[in-house]
Design a binder for this molecule. Structure first.
Ligand SMILES: CC(C)(COP(=O)(O)OP(=O)(O)OC[C@H]1O[C@@H](n2cnc3c(N)ncnc32)[C@H](O)[C@@H]1OP(=O)(O)O)[C@@H](O)C(=O)NCCC(=O)NCCS
Length: 204
């Protein structure tokens, strides 16, 4: 990896980050993608954690970014615990697999720990995130909002025992809700790209 700097995102980075996220996620989980709009909307949401809005730079060029939002785990008795939800995390396609995603994730986890979050969850590849300490959310009896568990749903304690008394359904921030009409309008602000059905969309 060439020298990479990580710092918090500035308003002048917004468009470059959204473009990068769109390039990284395009056709990955669905034809086209929604993650650039999620990033765009999340920045203005009360659940957004500005201190964890990070960009990776190679010189002046944005080559990666990660954001995080506050989420809740609600147990059967209705008790709610605040946790962190990580993502989207994206690295420019031509810079992937050179350590940038790992550097962003480690920086994010370190800062989240300093901010006092007890634990964090994400959806992602079970071949990638365990290297940072993530394990199946099932370990803490945490499910998705729909009561589901699957390999891609993972969590990590940010302080020892931080998730010991956390269990129940993870409710993500409403910042993740995507309005199809807004998506169409927002996507039209970017260079035209064809959408495709790809094998990665069936690998979840
Ligand atoms: C996933 C992503 C953020 C990883 O960042 P990166 O800078 O490419 O990864 P790093 O260079 O830090 O790590 C490279 C290692 O991770 C592995 N890796 C990278 N992406 C992976 C993936 N999607 N699934 C499994 N392993 C992956 C590589 O094989 C490599 O493994 P090795 O160290 O054993 O050789 C990046 O590839 C990306 O933006 N992908 C598209 C968007 C995405 O999937 N985001 C995450 C969704 S939650």
């Amino acid at each position: 990896m060439n020298t990479i700097t990580i710092r918090t995102e500035r308003s002048g980075d917004h468009r470059a980050c959204e473009q990068l996220v769109r390039e990284a996620f395009w056709d990955l989980y669905r034809p086209g993608c929604v993650e650039h709009l999620i990033l765009h909307n999340a920045r203005d949401h009360a659940d957004f954690v500005g201190e964890l809005d990070l960009v990776a730079l190679a010189g002046d060029l944005v080559v990666g970014c990660i954001v995080s939002t506050r989420a809740r785990v609600v147990d059967a008795a209705g008790t709610s615990r605040e946790v962190l939800f990580l993502g989207p995390l994206a690295v420019a396609p031509d810079r992937q697999r050179s350590g940038i995603g790992g550097a962003l994730m480690r920086a994010s986890l370190e800062r989240a720990t300093r901010l006092g979050f007890c634990g964090a969850f994400l959806y992602g590849s079970p071949d990638y995130y365990p290297r940072f300490g993530f394990r199946s959310a099932d370990y803490w009896n945490v499910t998705t909002a729909d009561g589901l568990n699957f390999d891609a749903f993972m969590g990590i304690e940010l302080i020892p025992g931080g998730l010991a008394d956390v269990n129940g359904r993870l409710l993500e921030s409403r910042a993740f809700e995507v309005d199809p009409a807004q998506l169409a309008g927002f996507d039209a602000l970017f260079p035209v790209r064809e959408k495709h059905v790809t094998p990665t969309q069936f690998a979840q």
